[in-house]
Design a protein around this ligand. Structure first.
Ligand code: HDE
Length: 670
């Protein structure tokens, strides 16, 4: 069969497929008129001027001209997916929320993970906090848990949010840097607003550069309330614990990826769902009784403080699995509208003033982003239960209301829709008793800015601590103003003397003579990233094929890696099919060591090409597991790669990979 015939047959087959899906529809204008021509404008004569009466052309271009909507002020860059949530046990002791009291019941969810600072087209792997927002479509309405991947926040009061965001966003005179905090205004803010200390400590550590979306933790950050059927209330912090473990990039790798693949995180999420290797998180709760509110050495309403897990353990209560990719990124991920004020009966707010401020901001921002107050009628934002109320009209109204009345009380329509008592499932706010003077002051209990920053540092492993020193040194070292650098280091001196000394030396400023560091040896065992297991499935391996390696050998590697649930790619000089089932799908140009978790170098014994050595050198530098076959090990020229270094293996056996992944990074490799 000729190529042309083959193509025609393929097209016919496709058409049959589309017919089956009901997609073989004629093209129409937005008014439903069938379109006869979609590639040529209407002109007066073949070479003549275009005619204004070409309504299809005008409509097509007009619509295109308006395709963009304002990006989110913060969290503009994000990706997400659909999934489901299932609670493990009946939590009615704490809450009346239906989706938390029926084990086995599956609640649909949508999760969007985002960076904070960068614009919509910025790279995924910048150093930043990640937003972690989940919409639960419960039978009682929507509950949005709009959190971050770091358990604390930069500021204590919502009125300071525009300030911290203005400081971290690109500087106004140059609009740089994009997607990062390594610049003067952010570090000036850090130096002048000590409440940022704790969160900044997290962002400068490995937590600021997560390896992917699947492997990060999530936190509700604020203290919320759970309220049970009897009206009893508990304070609660929400946690998401990644089933695939918690991993980070190294900074050099994160920066390289900003060029090699700016979509690194979103691709990983998308591809793992396509493969059926579903990202999943367990929901955890830290719960304290109301009478315990003042039992701790921090204020539970202060969002710059975490609740140490050694003191208040996390109770794991359910699991979220993301199992369906979106069909259309704009329609779903861009138009989704989260709001911490979307709650269901059984979940309520605390007096955390940051949370209280957020309750205003999110609806307000949707009005300019999504064009009016009817954004909850967009398909991705609709609750699964039916909405009935007397709200009417406004921009982009999608419903046709057939009731005569749109007010309450009414007599004409039986006073419908009617309100419901708590017993009937109506939302009643927790009747917290409040009293006080109207003041603009902050409680004394919010004024300890350094103890938990120190707690975090004390809890890190030595490599994690060293990375944090490097994070601060890079960021502060990027500041042009020596005064800003000095003031930032002066702040560090109040938290940790060693950190201040090491950063000061790296960025060319002095450490204050006085040793002012907060005195505390307190640690929490749950703050290091090392606390997680890192299951083998889902990790990736680049298999370098140097020379003419026998396809039968490659088949054994492919079989072993597939059986371990690893994602692997064969990398060689050219993309080509070597046998029926073995294809070299990547080259030294299309692949890069930063795109993989580990490396296997297979040589045919005729000398390693320089590209292969370079590949290995970078994977070695980034402390990844590396396996050389015996031939490759013999041929290795690069003196910096030590074959007896931690995490370097010499073996012809495909199952060495299991041993190699004993650690995901060999931090002790020099
Ligand atoms: Fe947000 N935040 N935020 N925020 N936030 C927004 O809402 C705001 C805060 C968070 O994937 C905006 O729809 C104020 C804390 C996430 O769509 C905006 C304050 C935490 C997302 C807004 C905060 C968050 C947003 C911008 C201080 C973690 C992305 C677009 C009181 C607990 C959600 C939008 C998504 C988005 C305001 C502080 C998380 C402007 C005023 C603390 C994950 O309304």
């Amino acid at each position: 069969m000729s190529n042309k015939e083959e193509n025609n047959n393929k097209k016919l087959e496709q058409l049959e497929q589309f017919k089956k899906n009901g997609k073989d529809q004629p093209m129409t204008t937005n008014n439903g008129t069938k379109v006869s021509e979609d590639e040529l404008t209407l002109t007066a004569g073949e070479r003549g001027p275009s005619l204004l009466e070409d309504f299809h052309f005008r409509e097509k271009i007009m619509h295109f001209d308006h395709e963009r909507i304002p990006e989110r002020v913060v969290h503009a860059r994000g990706f997400g997916a659909h999934g489901e949530f299932e609670v493990y046990e009946d939590l009615s002791k704490y809450t009346s929320a239906d989706f938390l009291t029926h084990p086995g019941k599956k609640t649909p969810v949508f999760t969007r993970i985002s960076t904070v600072q960068g614009s919509k087209g910025s790279p995924d792997t910048v150093r930043d906090v990640r937003g972690f927002a989940t919409k639960f479509y419960t039978d009682e309405g929507i509950f949005d848990l709009v959190g971050n991947d770091i358990p604390v926040f930069f500021v204590q009061d919502a009125i300071k949010f525009p300030d911290v965001i203005h400081a971290v966003k690109p500087e106004p005179d140059t609009e740089t840097p994009q997607g990062g905090s390594a610049h003067d205004t952010f570090w000036d803010f850090f130096a002048e607003n000590p409440e940022t200390s704790h969160t900044t400590m997290w962002v400068m550590s490995d937590r600021g550069i997560p390896k992917n979306i699947r492997q990060l933790e999530g936190f509700g950050v604020h203290t919320y309330r759970l309220v049970n059927d009897e009206g009893e209330s508990f304070f609660v912090k929400f946690h998401w614990r990644p089933v695939h473990g918690l991993e980070s990039l190294v900074w050099d790798e994160a920066q390289t990826l900003q060029g090699k693949d700016i979509d690194f995180h979103r691709k990983d999420l998308h591809e793992s769902i396509e493969k059926g290797d579903y990202p999943a998180w367990e929901l955890g709760l830290q719960i304290i009784r109301e009478d315990q509110e003042f039992d701790f050495d921090f204020d539970i309403l202060d969002p710059t403080k975490l609740w140490p897990e050694d003191e208040i353990p996390v109770k794991v209560v359910g699991k979220m699995t993301l199992n369906r990719n979106v069909d259309n990124v704009f329609d779903e991920i861009e138009q989704i509208a989260f709001h911490p004020g979307h709650v269901v009966p059984g979940i309520d707010f605390s007096d955390d003033s940051l949370l209280q401020g957020r309750l205003f901001s999110y609806t307000d921002t949707q009005i300019s982003r999504l064009g009016g107050p009817n954004f909850n009628q967009i398909p991705i934002n609709r609750p699964v239960n039916k909405v009935h109320n007397n709200q009417r009209d406004a921009m982009y109204q999608m419903d046709i209301h057939t009731d005569k009345t749109s007010y309450h009380n009414n007599g004409l329509e039986g006073n419908c829709p009617f309100t419901s008592s708590k017993a009937q499932g109506g939302y009643e706010h927790y009747p917290e008793r409040v009293e006080g003077h109207k003041v603009r002051t902050r409680s004394e209990s919010f004024k300890d800015y350094y103890s938990q920053a120190k707690l975090y540092l004390n809890s890190l492993t030595k490599p994690e601590y060293d990375h944090t020193v490097d994070g601060f040194s890079f960021e502060i070292g990027k500041c042009k103003s020596m005064d800003v650098r000095q003031r930032a280091v002066n702040q560090l001196n109040k938290i940790d003397r060693e950190l201040a000394e090491r950063v000061a030396e790296n960025v060319g400023v002095t450490v204050p003579e006085e040793n002012e560091e907060v005195k505390s040896d307190k640690k929490d065992s749950q703050l290091t990233m090392e606390k997680y297991d890192r299951p083998l499935p889902g990790h990736s391996v680049a298999v370098l094929i140097n020379g003419d390696v026998d396809p039968e050998t490659l088949k054994q590697y492919a079989k072993e890696y597939a059986s371990q649930g690893l994602n692997y790619a064969f990398v060689g000089k050219h993309q080509k099919q070597l046998s029926d089932d073995i294809t070299v799908n990547e080259t030294y140009d299309t692949a890069h060591p930063t795109l993989f978790d580990s490396l296997v170098v297979l040589s045919d014994g005729n000398g390693l090409v320089p590209d292969a050595e370079e590949f290995a050198a970078l994977a070695y530098k980034h402390k990844k597991p590396i396996i050389f076959n015996k031939a490759a090990a013999d041929e290795l020229q690069d003196q910096k790669i030590k074959l007896d270094a931690p995490g370097v293996f010499v073996s012809d056996d495909p199952d060495t990979i299991v041993k190699a992944f004993d650690k995901v990074r060999y931090w002790d490799r020099k």
